[in-house]
Design a protein around this ligand. Structure first.
Ligand SMILES: Cc1cc2nc3c(=O)[nH]c(=O)nc-3n(C[C@H](O)[C@H](O)[C@H](O)COP(=O)(O)O)c2cc1C
Length: 163
Protein backbone atom coordinates (compact mmCIF):
# COMPACT_ATOMS: atom_id res chain seq x y z
CA UNK A 1 0.00 0.00 0.00
CA UNK A 2 1.33 3.46 -0.92
CA UNK A 3 1.89 5.92 1.94
CA UNK A 4 0.91 9.60 2.05
CA UNK A 5 2.74 11.65 4.69
CA UNK A 6 0.94 14.80 5.82
CA UNK A 7 3.35 17.04 7.73
CA UNK A 8 1.76 19.94 9.60
CA UNK A 9 2.34 22.69 12.09
CA UNK A 10 -0.25 25.05 13.57
CA UNK A 11 -0.27 27.65 16.35
CA UNK A 12 -3.93 28.71 16.45
CA UNK A 13 -5.56 25.67 14.87
CA UNK A 14 -6.23 26.72 11.29
CA UNK A 15 -3.54 24.64 9.61
CA UNK A 16 -4.39 21.72 11.90
CA UNK A 17 -8.01 21.73 10.71
CA UNK A 18 -6.83 21.90 7.10
CA UNK A 19 -4.43 18.99 7.58
CA UNK A 20 -7.09 16.90 9.34
CA UNK A 21 -9.62 17.58 6.57
CA UNK A 22 -7.12 16.51 3.93
CA UNK A 23 -6.22 13.38 5.93
CA UNK A 24 -9.87 12.35 6.38
CA UNK A 25 -10.51 12.69 2.66
CA UNK A 26 -7.30 10.85 1.76
CA UNK A 27 -8.27 7.96 4.04
CA UNK A 28 -11.83 7.74 2.71
CA UNK A 29 -10.87 5.61 -0.28
CA UNK A 30 -9.13 3.09 1.98
CA UNK A 31 -6.39 2.55 -0.61
CA UNK A 32 -3.56 4.60 0.89
CA UNK A 33 -1.77 4.52 4.24
CA UNK A 34 -2.14 8.12 5.48
CA UNK A 35 0.24 9.38 8.16
CA UNK A 36 -0.73 12.69 9.78
CA UNK A 37 2.29 14.00 11.69
CA UNK A 38 3.33 17.19 13.45
CA UNK A 39 6.38 18.73 11.81
CA UNK A 40 8.29 18.53 15.08
CA UNK A 41 7.68 14.76 15.31
CA UNK A 42 8.65 13.95 11.72
CA UNK A 43 12.07 12.53 10.86
CA UNK A 44 14.06 11.85 7.73
CA UNK A 45 13.12 8.16 8.00
CA UNK A 46 9.43 9.13 7.97
CA UNK A 47 10.03 11.08 4.76
CA UNK A 48 11.96 8.25 3.10
CA UNK A 49 9.21 5.76 4.02
CA UNK A 50 6.46 7.78 2.30
CA UNK A 51 5.50 7.81 -1.37
CA UNK A 52 3.97 11.29 -1.45
CA UNK A 53 3.73 14.39 0.74
CA UNK A 54 1.35 17.11 1.84
CA UNK A 55 2.97 20.08 3.59
CA UNK A 56 0.64 22.18 5.77
CA UNK A 57 1.79 25.31 7.61
CA UNK A 58 0.79 28.81 8.66
CA UNK A 59 2.51 31.80 7.11
CA UNK A 60 4.43 33.64 9.83
CA UNK A 61 6.39 36.83 9.07
CA UNK A 62 6.13 36.22 5.31
CA UNK A 63 7.58 32.73 5.48
CA UNK A 64 6.67 29.26 6.72
CA UNK A 65 6.35 28.75 10.48
CA UNK A 66 9.67 28.14 12.19
CA UNK A 67 8.85 24.56 13.20
CA UNK A 68 8.00 23.71 9.58
CA UNK A 69 11.35 25.18 8.50
CA UNK A 70 13.01 23.14 11.25
CA UNK A 71 11.41 20.02 9.73
CA UNK A 72 12.88 20.79 6.29
CA UNK A 73 16.25 21.68 7.84
CA UNK A 74 16.36 18.33 9.63
CA UNK A 75 15.26 16.09 6.77
CA UNK A 76 16.82 17.85 3.74
CA UNK A 77 20.13 16.02 3.49
CA UNK A 78 18.68 12.75 4.75
CA UNK A 79 16.21 12.86 1.86
CA UNK A 80 18.25 14.50 -0.91
CA UNK A 81 18.57 12.30 -4.02
CA UNK A 82 16.49 9.58 -2.32
CA UNK A 83 12.97 10.86 -2.97
CA UNK A 84 13.40 12.23 -6.50
CA UNK A 85 10.18 12.57 -8.47
CA UNK A 86 7.79 11.85 -5.61
CA UNK A 87 4.56 13.90 -5.63
CA UNK A 88 3.67 16.66 -3.19
CA UNK A 89 1.18 19.45 -2.54
CA UNK A 90 0.98 22.46 -0.22
CA UNK A 91 -1.74 23.87 2.07
CA UNK A 92 -1.10 27.30 3.66
CA UNK A 93 -3.10 29.04 6.37
CA UNK A 94 -2.40 32.79 6.33
CA UNK A 95 -3.89 35.99 7.64
CA UNK A 96 -3.94 37.86 4.34
CA UNK A 97 -1.13 36.60 2.08
CA UNK A 98 0.56 33.18 2.04
CA UNK A 99 2.31 33.52 -1.31
CA UNK A 100 5.80 33.88 0.15
CA UNK A 101 5.41 30.62 2.01
CA UNK A 102 4.23 28.80 -1.09
CA UNK A 103 7.30 30.04 -3.03
CA UNK A 104 9.60 29.10 -0.16
CA UNK A 105 8.30 25.51 0.07
CA UNK A 106 8.31 25.16 -3.72
CA UNK A 107 12.00 26.15 -3.80
CA UNK A 108 12.88 23.58 -1.15
CA UNK A 109 10.78 20.91 -2.89
CA UNK A 110 12.48 21.69 -6.19
CA UNK A 111 15.83 21.16 -4.45
CA UNK A 112 14.55 17.79 -3.26
CA UNK A 113 13.44 17.03 -6.87
CA UNK A 114 9.84 16.57 -5.74
CA UNK A 115 6.98 17.05 -8.17
CA UNK A 116 4.08 19.39 -7.32
CA UNK A 117 0.91 17.63 -8.44
CA UNK A 118 -1.82 20.05 -7.32
CA UNK A 119 -2.05 23.84 -7.14
CA UNK A 120 -1.15 25.16 -3.67
CA UNK A 121 -4.17 26.01 -1.52
CA UNK A 122 -3.96 29.25 0.49
CA UNK A 123 -6.66 29.87 3.11
CA UNK A 124 -6.81 33.44 4.39
CA UNK A 125 -8.31 33.84 7.86
CA UNK A 126 -8.44 37.66 7.58
CA UNK A 127 -6.82 38.03 10.99
CA UNK A 128 -5.32 41.53 11.17
CA UNK A 129 -5.23 42.71 14.79
CA UNK A 130 -2.99 41.08 17.42
CA UNK A 131 -6.11 39.77 19.18
CA UNK A 132 -7.50 38.23 16.00
CA UNK A 133 -4.13 36.75 15.02
CA UNK A 134 -3.71 35.09 18.40
CA UNK A 135 -7.33 33.82 18.57
CA UNK A 136 -8.22 30.19 17.83
CA UNK A 137 -9.20 29.80 14.19
CA UNK A 138 -12.24 28.11 12.66
CA UNK A 139 -11.73 27.33 8.98
CA UNK A 140 -14.85 27.73 6.83
CA UNK A 141 -16.42 24.62 5.37
CA UNK A 142 -15.80 25.66 1.75
CA UNK A 143 -12.10 26.17 2.54
CA UNK A 144 -11.89 22.77 4.24
CA UNK A 145 -13.42 21.27 1.10
CA UNK A 146 -10.51 22.67 -0.94
CA UNK A 147 -8.17 20.86 1.46
CA UNK A 148 -10.20 17.64 1.21
CA UNK A 149 -9.97 17.82 -2.58
CA UNK A 150 -6.18 18.00 -2.42
CA UNK A 151 -5.98 15.12 0.07
CA UNK A 152 -8.34 12.95 -1.95
CA UNK A 153 -6.51 13.76 -5.18
CA UNK A 154 -3.11 12.88 -3.75
CA UNK A 155 -4.44 9.60 -2.36
CA UNK A 156 -6.22 8.66 -5.59
CA UNK A 157 -3.15 9.44 -7.67
CA UNK A 158 -0.89 7.42 -5.40
CA UNK A 159 -3.30 4.48 -5.33
CA UNK A 160 -3.66 4.49 -9.12
CA UNK A 161 0.09 4.86 -9.64
CA UNK A 162 -0.33 7.91 -11.88
CA UNK A 163 2.29 10.05 -10.09
C1 LIG B 1 4.07 35.84 14.37
C2 LIG B 1 3.02 35.79 13.28
C3 LIG B 1 3.35 36.29 12.03
C4 LIG B 1 2.40 36.27 11.00
N1 LIG B 1 2.77 36.71 9.76
C5 LIG B 1 1.89 36.63 8.73
C6 LIG B 1 2.29 36.99 7.40
O1 LIG B 1 3.43 37.38 7.15
N2 LIG B 1 1.37 36.90 6.41
C7 LIG B 1 0.09 36.47 6.64
O2 LIG B 1 -0.69 36.39 5.71
N3 LIG B 1 -0.30 36.08 7.89
C8 LIG B 1 0.56 36.15 8.94
N4 LIG B 1 0.18 35.75 10.19
C9 LIG B 1 -1.19 35.27 10.40
C10 LIG B 1 -1.29 33.75 10.43
O3 LIG B 1 -0.81 33.20 9.24
C11 LIG B 1 -2.77 33.35 10.62
O4 LIG B 1 -3.17 33.77 11.91
C12 LIG B 1 -3.01 31.84 10.45
O5 LIG B 1 -4.38 31.61 10.63
C13 LIG B 1 -2.21 31.02 11.42
O6 LIG B 1 -2.41 29.64 11.16
P1 LIG B 1 -2.65 28.60 12.36
O7 LIG B 1 -4.03 28.89 12.89
O8 LIG B 1 -2.53 27.26 11.74
O9 LIG B 1 -1.60 28.86 13.40
C14 LIG B 1 1.10 35.76 11.24
C15 LIG B 1 0.80 35.25 12.52
C16 LIG B 1 1.75 35.25 13.52
C17 LIG B 1 1.40 34.68 14.87
Amino acid sequence: MKRLLIVWHSMTGGSEQMACAAATAARAGGEVDVRLQRAGDTSGDDVLAADGYLFVTPENLASMAGLMKDFFDRIYYAALERINGRPYAILICAGSDGTGTVRQIQRIATGLRLREVAPAVIVNTAAQTPEAILAAKTIAEHELQRCRDVGAGLAAGLAAGVF
